[in-house]
Design a binder for this molecule. Sequence first.
Ligand code: SF4
Length: 333
Amino acid sequence: MKHINIGLFVPHSGCPHCCSFCNQKTISGSARELKTDDIIEACEIALESGKVDPDNSEIAFFGGSFTAIDEEYMISLLKTAKKYIDNKSFKGIRISTRPDCINAYKLNILKEYGVTAIELGAQSMVDSVLDINERGHSADDVRIASELIKEYGFSLGLQMMTGLMGSDFEKDIFTAEEIIRLKPDTVRIYPTIVLENTTLATKMQAGEYSAQTLDEAVKLCAKLLLMFRENGIAVIRLGLHSGGNVEEGYLAGAYHPAFRELCEGEIYLEKMLCALKDKDKSKAYQIEVPEKSISKAVGQSKRNEKALKNQGFCCKIKGNIFLSDYEIKVKEL
Ligand code: SF4
């Protein structure tokens, strides 16, 4: 049995904010209001499949502003989901919301109805970036909400975006450093993509915003992945999910259906180049990588193998079952 999250999208059509990147309709594929019957249907289908591990599966309300929706409606959704927690079909409920929509009153409600994990859309920890992208909250709101969530004993997740308007490599690294200081249990990283009918699309068309390229985002996110890993923080998502009509509303930005794999490939490339730095290019080398990561080390379309060759190295990449993630060994052949 596997870890299965029942992902339920809660659109917030009455959201008073106007985040530069947001077009909920495009991201969700549908702006239809989530009904309690939808929750029952999704849970029953998953349970009937016989694949749900009740100790490791959650009901997840996504949409980014769960605690900002009408309270009565929010409680009706939670009450329906809680029945499945009470009868031990799932281990808990996960929600995602805005940092400025968290307070003791709301956390008490979430506790009462079986919520176990709260994810905050921090997006950036630089106030000027939050302002220019019209997020409507500050970096301090993220800090205060994060501390409160942890005090109440919830699992804390923080989401960040890279390549937002007004941001750059250093500011995105700073955001990751600040997030690490808050010690979340999980992190999601989303490179900004420009969707139709958003402020970013207008700014880009006016020449006032350039989206991060795929290459830039991969290099940056590879670094972020290692930073979080070194600090024991699980990156549970890297890059937007495919589907949900993202491709249809997509105008620009670093979107790739296998984005995480590209970033992990970049980590292996950097590690291999670093290990080969002082090696004699007239000799051939065997590079051992973890067995399960051979394809990442070779890179999509053999990108890494070609990069090593272009740098003048003759290398053979081979699996080693005793190596752990991102560990490599170089031997002369
Ligand atoms: S991303 Fe921003 S604009 Fe979109 S729903 Fe969330 S808070 Fe509202």
